[in-house]
Write a new protein. Sequence first.
Length: 274
Amino acid sequence: MQFFTHIPRPPLSSFVDLFWFYDGYFPGSHKKERLMPDGSIELVINLKEDEARIYDRENLDKCERLAGALVCGPHSSFFVIDTAQQDSVIGVHFKPGGAFPFFKVPASELHNLHVSLEDLWGHEAGLLRQRLLEAQTPQMKFHVLEECLLAQAFKPLERHRAVDCALGLFCNIHTAPAIADLADHIGVSSRRFIQLFSNEVGLTPKLFARVRRFQNVLLQLRNARDVDLADLAASCGYFDQAHFIHDFKEFSGINPTAYQTQKTDHLNHVPIHQ
């Protein structure tokens, strides 16, 4: 398998975490993977087949079929994908709150959804996929993505100052203030702040903070061999271990111990063995 990444030049670098490209991915013994929520938006384009399959979490024999270019909205729950569609795939991983200039709909309307890129960009979606197929090298493909995003920006490449300030404060889960305090600090009403944040990020501030705390837990579980769950819950700011387990299962569908035994090199990908 070959894996390439690219950080775009400014101004895109303020909104895009990275571009990524998998080629020749072979998952081994499992055919499906559970993807964990991280509160960001992803643009994904399957270059091997013009289709994407998102599976029913309760019945893995059922799936939703979308065109090969799709937008994965900001999630606060896990979803299930087919590993075969990762054989040759390229994507844009937006920073939290980074995708809103490139789509006309508020990010909140994409919450927990997968949407065909054609529904958002029209025929430009198909043209982008074709240009990516014609590009001969990963670097050329990344250049195509940069050009396309700059051309498709519907809004100025700048965040609302309230959202920008909030995202900076939410980076540290231990010092993130209460919503009312944060709104006062920024100088807007709580209601207006929640609306601004939801429109640009796709989640409410409270839900986004919970998802980011969950991501911090995943990092600690991946990097440690032996973890005391009570200590982990306390260090990550949970009220108690029961609250921690409840949140973890709500976001991932499994418990922390199961994640530890099934974890891979990819923080948010967990194999499903049937």
